[in-house]
Design a protein around this ligand. Sequence first.
Ligand code: ATP
Ligand code: MG
Length: 567
Amino acid sequence: MKQSMSFIPTLREVPADADVKSHQLLLRAGFIRQNASGVYTYLPLGRKVLQKVEAIIRDEMNHAGAAELFMPALQQAELWQESGRWYSYGPELMRLKDRNDREFALGATHEEVITSLVRDEVKSYKRLPLTLYQIQTKYRDEKRPRFGLLRGREFIMKDAYSFHASQESLDEVYERIFQAYSNVFRRCGLNFRAVIADSGAMGGKDTHEFMVLSDIGEDTIAYSDTSDFAANIEMAPVTAVYEKSSDPAKELEKVRTEGKKTIEEVSSFLNVEEKDCIKSLLFKIDDRFVLVLVRGDHEVNDIKLKNYYGAATVELADTITTKEILGCSVGSLGPIGVDGVEVLADLAVEAIVNGVCGANEEDYHYTNVNPDRDLKVSTYTDLRFIKEGDPSPDGQGTIVFAKGIEVGHVFKLGTRYSESMNAEILDENGRSKPMIMGCYGIGVSRTMAAVAEQFNDENGLVWPTNISPFDVHLIAVNMKDNAQAELAEALYSSLQQAGMEILLDDRQERPGVKFADADLIGLPIRVTIGKKASEGIVEVKIRKNGEMQEIHKDDLADTLKNMLKEL
Ligand code: ATP
Ligand code: MG
């Protein structure tokens, strides 16, 4: 491509409303432009990167035995009503009406459309397993669209759905797609981890998220410093063993703690460690109230709470309800003597000796609390968030945290949609049963931004070769110089013939502008044609490390090909 014929509007200034590197650089290097909040145009360079990411995805998905189709973005409300999600999806689902007042949704995801399609066409177990995918625009009216392509309201997703007659078949395909996803993100050059994620009511560890490691990530990953273990912190089980001290139990005492409300305030006032305090929180779990106890230096993990009860909703009780039920405000809550409210505690609480807890009376706490003697706990179970320094749940190494951007998600759906939408097949015995399903998503546009987030320096983007919009940036310093212009044209065509993708900067711009743009755009190799053009010598610069060398034009194609292989 000749730059004079493309459209690469670069910017020198950092756009004011872009607060993360990837967003700033994709705007500045002329890859994208914002159209409305969370809605973007992909300019020619951005479009090329997307096409490369998509090609890798297609290659891996086809290899995994999935077939590509293309479903409508415009989806009848009836389908979403059948699955129930018309009512439960909330304001993220974009809804509209046609001229006859019929309701539609813009596809936020395609479980409904694909389930209705397969339901109508597939009637026997013999036709299964079946895995279908598409690469398509999705619409979600995100509450906070931000970070450019990372959280858009219109974005590109690869979504896949698999249909099975048995759980084993789902397990097998899940494993295959999991592998395909690992390959996709590796080929895109990303530093990522596959982490165990929350599968909500589905239970188990049958869902994984693929996380690109990045400080701006919205999720926290807990991983082992020595093994492969990685989980979203929401999901990481705590396997720490709590040793009980051998101190003799002292007599329970009620003490005045005026104005001391937080664990920090109470522990320093009473001169005890935070880990010897019991934190009591009243939760509303579906329709019941539960007083949940964790150690003062631990945090309640509401996902664990939700999974423990198989609940749909978990929230902290509001202050008025708390006062009604326990008779005091949040800073003095405690488990001693509560009646009619279940008390559930984290395993660490059981090992506390002579601890501190609230007295359910304003400005009072108990000291010398010994849970086995003083508390009526229904169950001690793992309820807290894992912490850095905890042992890794797989028994190998210690937990450390990192932030991650979710670029992919694989999920065993089970019969959630086939049951509500009546997608049934006849099994070997002629019995009718719902199909078992899996779903698998990759944020294609988010992946492009995640790569930009991981690969940049102070001068601009630094694309990994596999998804760079072009392989080589060919620059003629002075297009008015005949020797330079001629060599540029000659190399432009010979390098393309040798199988490389070339961006030729044939603009009448100052060299400084051309070099700055080349760094900003970030193709892996820059080839500069300057004063030595008449001798057939050009300068080759590697974007990643700045290394430069002079090469004769006759050796150029081979040298570049080798470099690209190694980069
Ligand atoms: P998130 O927690 O980030 O909102 P999600 O759980 O809603 O993601 P899925 O429904 O699993 O996402 O969608 C599959 C993939 O689509 C995600 O892994 C992510 O890469 C991508 N994705 C989801 N929402 C967006 C968005 N608003 N903008 C860009 N990509 C998105
Ligand atoms: Mg979401």
